[in-house]
Design a protein around this ligand. Structure first.
Ligand code: ZN
Length: 149
């Protein structure tokens, strides 16, 4: 179990150190800002949605390792997916980090599985979920800020 924990830690830190799709998406047609006041995490999610498919996804922001790693994995996992599929991934991810006994489709989640450990830390759940709430706001075209409060 500790080896698995070490592996998870390594993947998480790697995403934090070299976040994927950490850029401003110049041709984004959806974007939203998210803020987690408990931790100070701030994020902007950019999407280019074409015919209900997330053709491109990127983010910018400052925050803790968990918020950054989660955002990095989010952009990877929703890229090229339909909006409906992205929402399905979010539902699975939300179950993973809030309910240790949830029946989760790990194939759907990929690297996101490494964040399962946050389910034991309620304050960190908000860090992990911030990018996802921001993604939802962007998809829905709200354009304004969301917070985890
Ligand atoms: Zn945080």
């Amino acid at each position: 179990m500790s080896n698995l924990h070490d592996l998870y830690q390594e993947i998480l830190l790697e995403h934090n150190n070299r976040p994927r799709n950490f850029r401003i998406l110049e041709d984004a047609n959806r974007q939203a800002d998210g803020y987690n006041p408990l931790c100070g995490d701030q994020i902007t999610v950019y999407l280019r949605v074409e015919d209900d498919v997330i053709a491109d996804a990127a983010f910018q922001g400052v925050g803790c390792a968990i918020s950054r790693a989660s955002a990095s994995m989010l952009t990877q996992s929703v890229m090229g997916q339909t909006v409906a599929k992205a929402e399905e991934i979010f539902e699975g991810f939300h179950a993973l980090i809030t309910d240790p006994d949830a029946d989760v489709d790990f194939d759907l989640l990929g690297d996101l599985e490494v964040l399962s450990g946050v389910s034991a830390y309620p304050t960190r759940i908000k860090c992990a979920v911030l990018a996802w709430h921001t993604l939802t706001a962007a998809i829905e075209g709200k354009g304004d800020s969301v917070t985890t409060e």
